[in-house]
Design a binder for this molecule. Structure first.
Ligand SMILES: Cc1cc2nc3c(=O)[nH]c(=O)nc-3n(C[C@H](O)[C@H](O)[C@H](O)COP(=O)(O)O)c2cc1C
Length: 203
C-alpha cells in the first residue's frame, strides 16, 4: 500500500519522468538513514523499511559517544553550546536517492549533533526529507524545526514522533515485543496521512 504513497510523493516532487518505472525501482531511490544509541529509532527505521522498502543506513561517528549516560548528556550539551559537529564515519552517496527518511532520538530536547553533521555535510537540496523521532517521554522538542532551518532547499514532509526508551531511568530498548505492533500501526497511519496530504488528494 505504501508503495502507492511513495509514488504520490514522487509525483509531488515533480518527478513524473520516472512514472513509468516499475514499482520495484522505487526501492533504489528511498533511503532511511538514522541515528540510534539504544536501538529504539533503529526499530522504527526497520518498521518504515518494511512498509516502504529502501536502503537502511545507521549513522556512526568517528569518535563514538561515551557509554555512560551522564557523560554523553554532558558532551552533547557542550557540543550544542559550541556548535561542534562531530565527524561521521558513515558516508552515503545520496545522488540516487530522491526520498530520505531521517531518524533520530531527541537529545536535550534538540536535534542530536550527529544529525546536524549529516545535514551540514550533504547536499540535500531538491530532496524530499521525511523526519522520524523517538524520545523518552518529553517529545520531539525543536528537532523538526531545526531540520527545516538547516535544509531550506528540501521539501520536508510531516514528521513522526513516538515514545522510545528512557536511558535516564534505565529503560534502553522499549520498542520491542508487542510494542513493535503498536508502533507499526502508528507508522502505517502516518504514512497513509502523508498520502492524504498530497496535493492531488486535497480538496
Ligand atoms: C544524551 C541523551 C539526551 C536525551 N534527551 C532527551 C530529551 O531531552 N527528551 C526526551 O524525551 N528524551 C531524551 N532522551 C531519551 C531518548 O530520546 C530516548 O531514549 C530515545 O528513544 C532513544 O533513541 P535510541 O534508542 O534510538 O537511541 C535522551 C537520551 C540521551 C542519550
Amino acid at each position: 500500500m505504501h508503495k502507492i504513497v511513495i509514488l504520490l510523493l514522487l509525483f509531488s516532487s515533480g518527478l513524473q519522468r520516472h512514472s513509468a518505472q516499475a514499482l520495484e525501482d522505487l526501492d533504489d531511490r528511498i533511503l532511511i538513514v538514522y541515528l540510534s544509541r539504544t536501538n529504539n529509532t533503529k526499530a522504527v527505521a526497520e518498521i518504515i523499511q518494511k512498509q516502504v522498502g529502501g536502503d537502511l543506513v545507521a549513522l556512526e561517528l568517528e569518535d563514538p559517544y561515551p557509554e555512560d549516560y551522564s557523560a554523553i548528556v554532558k558532551q552533547v550539551a557542550k557540543e550544542n553550546e559550541t556548535g561542534f559537529l562531530p565527524p561521521l564515519k558513515t558516508r552515503v552517496d545520496l545522488e540516487k536517492y530522491d526520498i530520505i527518511f531521517l531518524g533520530f532520538p531527541t537529545w536535550g530536547m534538540r536535534l542530536p549533533p550527529p544529525l546536524k553533521s549529516f545535514l551540514n555535510g550533504n547536499d540535500l537540496s531538491g530532496k524530499t526529507l521525511i523526519p522520524f523521532n523517538t524520545h523518552g517521554g518529553y517529545g520531539v522538542g525543536s528537532c523538526f524545526r531545526t531540520i527545516k532551518e538547516l535544509c531550506p532547499e528540501s521539501e520536508i514532509l510531516k514528521g513522526f514522533s513516538i515514545r522510545g526508551g528512557s536511558e535516564r531511568d534505565g529503560i534502553h530498548l522499549a520498542i520491542q515485543g508487542n510494542r513493535i505492533k503498536v508502533v507499526a500501526k502508528e507508522v502505517d497511519k502516518w504514512l497513509t496521512e502523508l498520502a492524504v496530504l498530497h496535493p492531488k488528494n486535497k480538496k
